[in-house]
Design a protein around this ligand. Structure first.
Ligand code: 0WD
Ligand code: CA
Length: 377
């Protein structure tokens, strides 16, 4: 089953919000799979080598299928051909806000109303991925800031203290391994449909192509954006997001224990990330300890959940989607004040419930003045 449904298949669903916390225990979310409409791409944008925004697909790349056993050296160029994005700059929702302003007309319902966007939630795909995997996450908590503005809930992540420490204390080995994923993209992508990949170039992680999709999870209308690695280069391929391909690297699997861990942890993250925007394929490069890709395998997102069924005590898509759905319902109940200066900060640590706190005119505020001004006029 691909798990995308038509609206008619949905039953009336309600969660009782009886307290000021939300449980994340798996057994609470073992219910029928909620309605999740097939995501529709309503736009896209690009970020260039200096992280400048363009309301178009100029950074789109095309997938070139590699050899099944390619021997790609992922360490090549780390010292001399790597321009790393400054991860100290917190961009929050800024690129999405730019996209919304550039596409206001597309987004406004025909009848004028006080509710300007045809969306209940605006966020990054990556934030939703974190919500989907929460019932199974045992290591990293999260902080999500929510602001209700003109009827729409904007969700933007806040870096946790633990994540900040981890970022500051990365080992040289870890820094280099973060490069490997981008290097794999360079071995398998081209800028146009008629040339071959050029691994001799510079890897610049400022560059990005992002899709903007609209969909619905039960009664929550979602508008979110996610970075897309590349697309099928066949002009007759299905339209976006069905032609998109997600690229990943992972350690080579040599033992049953490694295979089980791969199924239980990595495939969960890969499934959640690609299922959300409707990306159907994940191409994985398996690399050895020296950073050499020794094999390449394609995973069809619709088949991932059946691949893992034999795994003892494994994750379930329905738990992920029901938790996300119930969290969004919780947010709607909690974030009642419609004010761009108010942030409801939702906080979660593994083995705990979700809690929240309220902050007015604080450093958590993330909606920009230029955005508020434009959307209020
Ligand atoms: O400032 C922030 N806290 C964030 C900014 C958090 C998450 C995303 N972003 C922005 C950036 O503008 C980036 O271009 O979102 C874009 C990517 O958003 P997403 O698709 O929602 O993020 P996610 O699904 O977590 O990651 C997709 C890819 C990653 O690929 P892999 O295969 O490793 O999952 O986006 C890249 C990375 O290549 N990526 C990021 N790029 C810029 N800033 C970030 C980030 N913080 N995180 C992942
Ligand atoms: Ca990727």
């Amino acid at each position: 089953p691909n798990h995308y449904q038509n609206p008619s298949e949905s039953a009336a669903r309600q969660i009782p919000v009886t307290s000021h916390t939300l449980s994340t225990r798996r057994e609470h979310f073992e219910k029928d799979f909620p309605l999740y409409k097939q995501p529709v791409e309503i736009g896209c944008f690009s970020l260039d080598s200096e992280r400048r925004f363009y309301n178009d697909n100029r950074q789109m790349r095309y997938y070139v299928e590699p050899d099944r056993n390619p021997n790609f050296d992922l360490r090549d160029g780390y010292r001399d051909r790597y321009r790393k994005r400054d991860d100290g700059v917190k961009e929050k929702l800024d690129h999405m806000l730019h996209w919304i302003l550039a596409n206001r007309l597309k987004l406004q319902p025909s009848a004028p109303s006080t509710r300007l966007l045809h969306a209940d939630f605006v966020t990054w795909r990556g934030h939703l991925t974190k919500l989907l995997t929460t019932p199974y996450e045992t290591r990293e908590g999260w902080l999500l800031a929510v602001t209700r503005f003109r009827g729409t809930f904007y969700i933007s992540e806040v870096e946790t203290e633990a994540a900040r420490r981890e970022q500051e204390n990365r080992t040289e080995r870890h820094e280099e391994m973060m490069y490997w994923g981008y290097k794999f993209e360079q071995y398998t992508c081209t800028d146009d449909t008629h040339s071959l990949p050029d691994p001799s170039g510079v890897v610049n992680t400022n560059e990005a192509f992002c899709t903007v999709v609209q969909t619905r999870l039960a009664d929550h209308k979602l508008l979110f954006s996610g970075e897309v690695d590349c697309r099928d280069k066949d002009p007759d391929a299905p339209p976006p997001p069905s032609c998109y391909v997600e690229l990943k690297t992972s350690a080579e699997i040599c033992t049953p224990k490694q295979r089980s861990n791969f199924h239980r942890f990595k495939l969960l993250k890969w499934w959640a990330q690609s299922f959300l925007p409707g990306v159907p394929r994940v191409v994985a490069g398996f690399r050895d300890e020296e950073g050499v890709v020794v094999s390449v395998e394609t995973f069809h997102v619709s088949k991932i959940s059946s691949l893992i069924r034999n795994e003892h005590n494994c994750w379930k898509p329905t738990v992920c989607m029901n938790f996300c759905c119930d969290f969004l319902t919780f947010v709607k109940h909690v974030a009642v004040e419609d004010d761009p200066d108010v942030v409801y900060l939702f906080s979660w640590d593994p083995r705990r419930d979700v809690t929240y706190s309220i902050h007015r005119n604080s450093h958590y505020s993330f909606l920009r003045h230029w955005y508020i001004k434009e959307m209020t006029s």
